[in-house]
Write a protein that binds this ligand. Structure first.
Ligand SMILES: [Zn+2]
Length: 234
């Protein structure tokens, strides 16, 4: 056994790396998420469906033209996906986003979607939230996707321009209008004519991605697609 492998194994024995989904120790060669979890994650496989049968794409019908709407995983309360997203958002584990982004990007490459994208843009956090957390949880997912798709990504292509007010007592329409006001394209000349993918961690109502897609189309994006780590069933 090579010395480097022995050292790696010894360090792993002292400081075991655990799976970010199930907390079990990782075996050598496993990449932040163990093989068992990888096999059992609830994949949506929406990118394998004909577009007319993709339930995520259907959510945007009649609202705005979204070229592709993909989500890697199905969000389930108390499940592995919720745990992964918690690690990503609140525990500083940006590797979750990178690993899932790389894996999902590879699937999109294999499914033939890579030529459809010129630029990946994460949904931005508000500056105040970014200062609290120290990072945008969507950036690492964008970074992972970009690596597999061989496509550039920009952390600041979209900006939030006002703080979203408390949304708890608002109707869905009011919420949409509220969110719709808070994004702008940082540099329209970089968007015009490009095929853009907007990425976020979880899709719930879809209002945030709709708002981003709207400003991107207004800025002259050739097409807009959306991709998220997970989607919540409605
Ligand atoms: Zn695991």
């Amino acid at each position: 056994m090579p010395l480097a492998t022995l050292v790696t194994d010894f360090v792993a024995l002292l400081f075991p790396q655990v799976c970010l989904a199930c907390q079990e120790p990782l075996a050598r060669g496993e990449d932040h998420i163990c093989t068992a979890c990888r096999a059992q994650l609830p994949y949506t496989d929406y990118h394998r469906l004909p577009p007319t049968e993709n339930p995520l794409a259907r959510r945007f019908w009649g609202k705005l033209p979204v070229q592709h709407a993909f989500s890697y995983l199905r969000f389930q309360k108390h499940g592995r996906v919720q745990h992964l997203l918690h690690q990503l958002k609140y525990r500083g584990q940006q590797e979750v986003g990178q690993v899932l982004g790389r894996w999902f990007g590879q699937e999109l490459v294999e499914a033939g979607f890579a030529p459809d994208f010129d630029l990946i843009l994460p949904v931005p956090l508000h500056a105040r939230r970014l200062a609290q957390r120290g990072y945008n949880q969507s950036d690492s997912f964008a970074e992972g996707l970009a690596a597999s798709l061989h496509c550039p990504w920009q952390p600041d292509g979209l900006r939030r321009i006002t703080r979203t007010e408390s949304q708890t007592r608002k109707s869905r329409l009011q919420r949409w209008q509220n969110v719709a006001e808070v994004f702008e394209v940082a540099r329209p000349e970089l968007i015009a004519g490009r095929r853009v993918v907007v990425v976020d961690d979880v899709l719930t109502t879809g209002a945030t991605l709709e708002a981003c897609a709207t400003v991107l189309l207004a800025a002259g994006a050739a097409t807009v697609s959306v991709a998220t780590i997970a989607t919540a069933d409605r």
